[in-house]
Ligand binder design. Structure first.
Ligand code: SIN
Length: 308
C-alpha cells in the first residue's frame, strides 16, 4: 500500500502526530527491534523551537473519558541542542524524517526553516502554527492573513516541502488552509488539539493543569477532525495529513474518505506504541476487502514493508 506524499515514497499512509511518539526513547527501550518494526511510514518530530524550553508547569495531563487534555508546552532542547543530539539519532530511523518547528515570530520560524532546510537528513518541515499551549504560536495559524505572511517569509528559504499544521481553534480552518496553499504550502495537517480545561477534583474552582488550559485529543475529537478535514479538502487541492482521535484502520479510512491523503496516529500511540503498524495493517485489509488495493500478504498482516 505504498503512498506517494510530497515526493516521498511511503510504505503505507500512516505517520505519527508530532509529539506523540518519542522515537529516541523507544529506540533506547527496544533497541534495533524498533527499526525493524517501525510503526510509521514517516516520522514527525516533536516541535523544535529556536531556544530550549522547559515546557509548562505540572500537572500537564488530564485523562478524559474520550481521550486526554495535555498542557505540555513544547519542552525541547532548542535548535542547537536538537541538531547536536536528536537529529543524528532520528536520521537513523528507517523512514523519512519530518521536522516540526514553531517560532514566536516570523523571524524565528524563518531561522528554523533555514537551518533545517540545509540538512539532508530532513525530508520535509511541518510548521506548527497551532499549539494551544503557548502564547503566540497559534496566532499565526488562526488568521489567514498571518498564515499567508508567514508562508511569504519562509517559502523562499527552502525547497523542502512545507506542511502547515492547522488549528481547529479558529473560525475557519478552510480559510487558513486556502491561504497556506495559495502562499506556497505543499501540504496541510489537521487537526491539532482543541483547547480545553479541567478543574482540580478536590479543590473547587482551581484549574488542574499547570498551564490553566490545554489541548484535547483522542477519540473525543474524531468527529471534529472528520468535519474539518472535509471542510479543508473542499478548499484546497494540496495533500492533507488527517489526524484526530483515530484508533483503527476504519478510522483512518474514514479520514481518507473525508479528504486526507495520509493520516497520523496521535494519542492512541500512548496506549499502544505499535498502534501505527496495527492501523496500517487494518487499513490495508479494509482496502483489500473493498477492492481498493490488493493485500500485500496472504492474511494482510505481513508484510507491510518499510522504507529501508
Ligand atoms: C505541547 O507540547 O504543548 C503540545 C504540542 C502542540 O499542541 O502543538
Amino acid at each position: 500500500m505504498t503512498t506517494e506524499f510530497l515526493g516521498l515514497r511511503l510504505a503505507h499512509p500512516i505517520v505519527n502526530a508530532s509529539g506523540t511518539f518519542d522515537a529516541i526513547a523507544a529506540r533506547r527501550a527496544f533497541g534495533d527491534a524498533l527499526l525493524a518494526r517501525f510503526p510509521f511510514a514517516a516520522f514527525v518530530s516533536k516541535t523544535v523551537t529556536l531556544e530550549p524550553r522547559q515546557g509548562n508547569p505540572p500537572p500537564r495531563l488530564w485523562e478524559l473519558a474520550g481521550g486526554m487534555i495535555n498542557s505540555i508546552g513544547l519542552p525541547n532542547k532548542g535548535l542547537a541542542g536538537y541538531l547536536e543530539h536528536d537529529l543524528p539519532q532520528l536520521a537513523e530511523l528507517p523512514v523519512p524524517l519530518i521536522v516540526n518547528v514553531m517560532g514566536f515570530s516570523r523571524e524565528q520560524v524563518a531561522e528554523l526553516v533555514r537551518a533545517f532546510g540545509e540538512r539532508d537528513e530532513v525530508a520535509a518541515l511541518e510548521l506548527n502554527v497551532s499549539c494551544p499551549n503557548v502564547k503566540t504560536g497559534m496566532v499565526m495559524g488562526a488568521d489567514p492573513g498571518e498564515t499567508a505572511a508567514l508562508l511569504d517569509a519562509v517559502r523562499p528559504l527552502t525547497a523542502k516541502p512545507l506542511i502547515v499544521k492547522l488549528t481547529p481553534n479558529c473560525s475557519s480552518p478552510g480559510d487558513v488552509a486556502a491561504a497556506a496553499a495559495e502562499h506556497g504550502a505543499d501540504a496541510v495537517s489537521l487537526v491539532n488539539t482543541l483547547r480545553g480545561m479541567a478543574f482540580h477534583p478536590r479543590r473547587l474552582g482551581v484549574p488542574w493543569l499547570g498551564g490553566g488550559t490545554g489541548g484535547v485529543s483522542g477519540p473525543a475529537v474524531r468527529a471534529v477532525a472528520l468535519a474539518q478535514v472535509a471542510e479543508v479538502r473542499a478548499r484546497v487541492a494540496i495533500p492533507i495529513v488527517g489526524m484526530g482521535g483515530l484508533q483503527s484502520g476504519r478510522h483512518a479510512q474514514d479520514l481518507m474518505q473525508a479528504g486526507a491523503d495520509v493520516v497520523a496516529v496521535g494519542t492512541e500511540s500512548f496506549r499502544d506504541p505499535l498502534a501505527g503498524r496495527r492501523v496500517a495493517t487494518e487499513l490495508c485489509e479494509i482496502r483489500a476487502n473493498s477492492g481498493i488495493v490488493r493485500l500485500p500478504g496472504a492474511d494482510g498482516r505481513e508484510p507491510i514493508a518499510h522504507n529501508a
